[in-house]
Every structure is written in C-alpha cells, then in structure tokens.
Design a binder for this molecule. Structure first.
Ligand code: FCB
Length: 463
C-alpha cells in the first residue's frame, strides 16, 4: 500500500514545450524561431537534428491528449510558440496559430485536464533577433507584452494558470554566456542585459494576463540548482555563495522585492562584466515592475551543484572533499541524482522567500531504456528517480512548503535542445520513425500514484 499521501487538491501532471514536441515548423503561417536557425547551424546540436518534425504533436495532439487521459493526468503544462501567434514578432496576428492552441485547450478541458500555459519556452521569433538583437534589447520586453496580450485574450476564458517564462537563467546564460543554446552567443555582459529584460518582461506581462483572464493565477518558472560547498573552507563557501548568486538569487531576489543581490553586482563589477555604475540596463522603476506580486512560483529541479573554489588560496590544507555520486546515480545527462536538493530548495523558497504557492513545474530524468522484446519499457531507474523526488517533495510539505502540484518532465521523449534526440526524458516512449507512443513502466507507475494520490516511500518494502 502506498504510504505517503498528498493533499486532496494536489495537482499531478506532465510538461512539454512547443519547439521540443510540435514539429510543423513551416505550417499554418508559423515563422522561423531562433531555435530553427540555431539547430540548422552546423556543429550546434550533438546529433545534427532539429525540431522540424519532433513528436509531430502539431498534428497528433488529439492522440496525445487521449494518452494523457488514459494515464489519469490532472494537468498539462505546455508552451506557446510565439512565431505561430505573431510571425513578425509584433503586429499582425496569425489566426491559424491562435486556433491551434485554442483547439488544444478545448481538447484538454474536454478530457478533464487543466491547461498550464507557459508563454516563453525559448522559441523567440528569429525576426526579433535579427531586428533588435532579441532579449538584449529592451524593446523585446514590450514585444513580449504584446504577444502575451494577444494569446491571453484568446485563451483567457479557459486557461487559468499562466507561466510567463521558463527558466530565464537558461535564456540568459546558456544562450548568451555559454553559447550552447540559441542564439549561441558568448558574452557575459549581454547575458546580464538579457536577464534583466526577461525579468522586466515578466513583471510587465503579469497584469496583462490578470486583466485578460479573470480569476487566473500567474507566475514564473525558475530552474534552481541546490548549491553546496565542497568543503568547509572559506574559499569553497565563497565559491558556493557566488554560484548561488549567479544561478538562483540573481532571479529570485528581484522577483521577491530584494533588488539584484549586492554581492553579485560587486563581483560582476570586479570581474569586468559590469561597469562601475553597475547594472545600467536597469532603469528607475524597473525593480518595482519585476517585483510585481505573483500567485505562485514554478520550480524546475534536476540536480545539485557542489562548488569548489578555483582560487586555491592559503586554505589549501583544509579538507576539500566532495561527495562524488557513483555513476549509477547519474542520469544520462550526467546530472547527479539528488532528491534531497528538492526538499531543501522547496523549504528555502518557503522560509527565506515566503513564496505563497509553489509548483514543481519540471522534474525528471534522461534514461534511454528501450522497448524489450515484448514491447515493454522497464525504465526502473526513472521510476525510482521520480519516486524519490516525490517523497522529497512530500517531506518538504510536511515541513510547511506550500507545494500545490508536480509536473513530470516530460510527457514523452522529445527534442532535447543541443542534445537533439539523444536524450530521452519521456515517461512515454516515442518511436521517431513511426511516431508511435508507448507508455514506459514509469508512466504506468505514475498513473497509480495519481489514482492513489500517494506514493510508496519504500518503507513497505522492508516488511
Ligand atoms: C529544462 C528545460 C526543458 C528540458 C529539461 C530537460 O531545462 O526547461 O525544456 O529540456 O530541462
């Protein structure tokens, strides 16, 4: 018998995003996105693939909704492709794009599945990149508000949960510092400007969604790593502080009214990423806009970061150990499996930031387990991964974290950005040749969790 129950109104679902599943990139008036351009640039994607077809969800959405229904899903988090709605980035509206999402939402509601719409999951119209440099330019925040207004007016009578941005850290730093996501830049200064314009656009969009969608809840999704020092040395603690500031606090602090973290501004000035005057793209009034109160925060959690100082100062002789997980505890992304980090982050958001309502908007694991000779997919490690993280989340709730729901990444295998189709995160297998979907063991197990609204914490195995 499952032993850990969840509250009655707890929401269980799965998540996807437009570019990763839809395909049909040239259909019904959709324009090019920065991901189309980037994926087709030689050398950017490990297997040289792109999202032209992906899971063909644009055509197969009725089947995908039926699949979710058969698995007992209560909610579905998807994203809206801006280039389908405003092919020129701003201005003329593409009715066919609006109709696609409208049909999808109707289909979900008819199946008893609540839609959670993400407005930006990385597929910026290429035209905005070409014209103004995309998120580097403040005007892209205004364009985002225009897009938000158009789509939320269309869907606002039926979609009551809205997420402005998915993982602004990735949009800013993976894309503009590290250059491994579209548009593939390597310029820290630009990454900082992008991060500010993303946060600004979030704050500007929140009241627009509220106005267009009576009774709606709106929030933002951040990806957070649980950061810890590799040793008790002061240098490693400082490395941890810096990493946490760069990855987590840079976004959380301004969203929760604390302005950008002063220690990070100082660090960035010292490193030459910012001029002595600081973050000059931040104009008077911006911080108030960014701190607009939201209804919830979405947390995407995958792993932790253990920080070791690269400065190796006078403290060299202090213990500098780091827990290295056995290979069996890494997913195929080489991300360490660390459920305890989820518990701690949820509690941190509750205790330190007073977040009124939380969702885990993504959590999941890449394992490539294939169908066996009977067509069954025994993805035991994913199942265990999910179970351990559900238990960790439940423990955080025991300690007061206001967690309202959980979305597994992902409903089905899909296009994993720079990794192409080489990484499979789905609880449903996708055969990319035939587009056949086969629920993996983890999906069948998840169905049981949802039906029982409870998860086995492993204690029954001991008896
Ligand atoms: C997150 C993204 C999502 C997916 C997972 C594995 O960073 O939001 O689209 O790629 O990672």
């Amino acid at each position: 018998m499952p032993s850990l129950r969840f509250p009655d109104n707890f929401v269980w679902g799965t998540a996807t995003s437009s570019y990763q599943i839809e395909g049909a990139t040239n259909e019904d008036g959709r324009s090019e996105s920065i991901w189309d351009r980037f994926a087709k640039t030689p050398g950017q994607i490990v297997d040289g693939t792109n999202g032209d077809v992906a899971c063909d969800h644009y055509h197969r959405w009725p089947e995908d909704i039926a699949l979710m229904k058969s698995l007992g899903m209560m909610a579905y988090r998807f994203s809206i492709a801006w280039p389908r709605i405003l092919p020129n980035g701003r201005g003329a509206v593409n009715q066919k794009g609006l109709d696609f999402y409208s049909r999808l939402v109707d289909g979900l509601l008819a199946a008893g599945i609540e839609p959670y719409a993400t407005l930006f999951h990385w597929d910026l119209p290429q035209v905005l990149q070409d014209q103004v440099g995309g998120w580097q330019h403040r005007s892209t925040a205004d364009a985002f508000v225009e897009f938000t207004d158009v789509i939320s007016r269309k869907l606002g009578d039926r979609v009551k949960k809205w997420i402005t941005h998915n993982e602004p850290w990735c949009t800013a730093f993976l894309s503009y510092e590290k250059g491994i996501h579209a548009p593939g830049m390597r310029d820290f200064k630009k990454a900082l400007a992008v991060s500010h314009h993303l946060l600004l656009s979030h704050g500007l969009a929140v009241p627009v969604v509220r106005q267009n969608c009576p009774g709606a809840e709106v929030g933002i999704t951040l990806n957070m790593n649980y950061a810890m020092p590799a040793s008790p040395s002061a240098a490693d603690y400082d490395a941890c502080r810096h990493y946490d500031g760069y990855f987590n606090r840079w976004f959380l602090d301004p969203l929760y009214g604390r302005r950008y973290p002063a220690d990070m501004i100082e660090d960035y000035i010292a490193l030459g990423h910012l001029p002595p005057e600081g973050l000059t793209v931040c104009k008077p009034g911006d911080l108030d806009i960014i701190a607009t109160q939201c209804d919830f925060l979405g947390l995407n959690y995958y792993s932790r970061a253990v920080l070791r100082s690269s400065k190796v100062p006078e403290e060299q002789n202090l213990p500098r150990t780091v827990h290295v997980a056995p290979l069996s505890e890494q997913t195929e992304m080489q991300w360490e499996v660390y459920p305890e980090g989820l518990r701690r982050l949820l509690l941190r958001l509750h205790v330190e930031y007073g977040v009124p309502k939380l969702y885990v908007t993504e959590n999941g694991a890449a394992y490539s387990t294939e169908p066996d000779k009977d067509g069954r997919i025994p993805d035991t490690r994913r199942l265990q991964f999910l179970r351990d993280h559900f238990v960790a989340a439940r423990r955080a709730m025991d300690a007061g974290a206001p967690l309202a729901g959980y979305f597994v990444w992902s409903l089905m295998d899909n296009y994993e950005w720079d990794r192409g189709y080489s990484q499979r995160f789905g609880i449903v297998w996708v055969d990319y040749e035939t587009q056949r979907r086969i629920p993996k063991d983890s999906a069948l197990w998840y169905k049981g969790v949802i039906a029982a609204n409870a998860v086995d914490d492993g204690s029954s195995q001991a008896t």
